[in-house]
Write a protein that binds this ligand. Structure first.
Ligand SMILES: *Cc1c(COP(=O)(O)O)cnc(C)c1O
Length: 247
């Protein structure tokens, strides 16, 4: 049942999302133009973590096709509620190997592959899933740590470990080596971090020419990411607003 006022509230939320999206798209367009990348703009992934499935539905009505989530339970629940929408789900958070089986049921891509056992678990899960559904290969981005201070380092393979992980992913049936992913370390210049990431990407594509993906750029640093070649932006709070308090 619709309560009086629900339609107005719905309209307000949709308008807010539309305005935020337009503002972010304008920033992206300006950065793309400044980088001379009009022929090769990045793909926008809207990070919907902590926001309800209904917001994902609203975003889809505004033309969004790619959404990002960082927790398996939440992502699986939303994907199950939204099967009628033609969406690509991107898993962007730290992932335990025992969640691989669940993630491959809905994810188009995993952006946070950072260690050999996780790659192996995803390959095993995909073998089963492909037998069951014939689904397309899973796009895998190698998450790289860009932090010079190894003690601060949380998640992400060390740059020196990228070639080995790339070999493993490229040789795994059902997985597609898509490229690299990074988060700019807190409290540092994102441009410097993304410049380092571009060099890591160049070394990777020298060996694996198809692995051109660079997943980088969040609300705060999308301009720097675009300047250094990001192909996939992961934008949350500037589109959805502040994340609701942790449950
Ligand atoms: C939450 C998150 C984002 C989105 O960050 P915003 O600052 O809200 O744009 C991007 N990437 C990862 C890995 C995240 O966890």
């Amino acid at each position: 049942m619709t309560e009086p006022g629900d339609a107005a509230l719905e309209g307000a939320r949709l308008a807010r999302l539309g305005d935020n999206l337009a503002a972010v798209r304008q920033r992206i367009d300006a950065a793309v133009a400044a980088a001379g990348r009009q022929g090769n703009p990045p793909r926008l992934i809207v990070v919907t973590k902590f926001h309800p499935a209904q917001d994902v539905r609203r975003l889809a009505s505004l033309g969004i096709t790619d959404v990002g989530e960082n927790r398996d339970q939440e992502a699986a629940d939303k994907a199950a509620q939204l099967t009628e929408l033609d969406l690509r789900w991107h898993f962007i958070g730290q992932l335990q190997s025992n969640k691989a089986k669940s993630v491959v049921k809905y994810a188009h891509a995993v952006h946070s592959v950072d260690r050999p056992p996780l790659a192996a678990a995803l390959a095993k899960a995909m073998a089963t899933e492909r037998e069951r559904t014939g689904r397309a290969p899973l796009d895998c981005f190698i998450q790289v740590s860009l932090d010079d201070d190894a003690d601060r380092h949380r998640g992400g393979a060390l740059p020196a470990d990228v070639p080995g992980l790339a070999e493993q992913l490229a040789g795994s049936e059902g997985l597609r080596l898509a490229g690299v992913m990074a988060v700019a370390p807190l409290g540092t210049d994102p441009a410097a971090a993304f410049e380092k990431m571009a060099a890591i990407s160049a070394r990777l594509t020298a060996q694996f020419p198809d692995a051109m993906g660079i997943s980088a750029g969040m609300s705060q640093d999308l301009e720097a990411a675009i300047r250094f070649g990001a192909t996939h932006l992961r934008i949350g709070s500037d589109i959805l607003g502040p994340r609701p308090a942790l449950r």
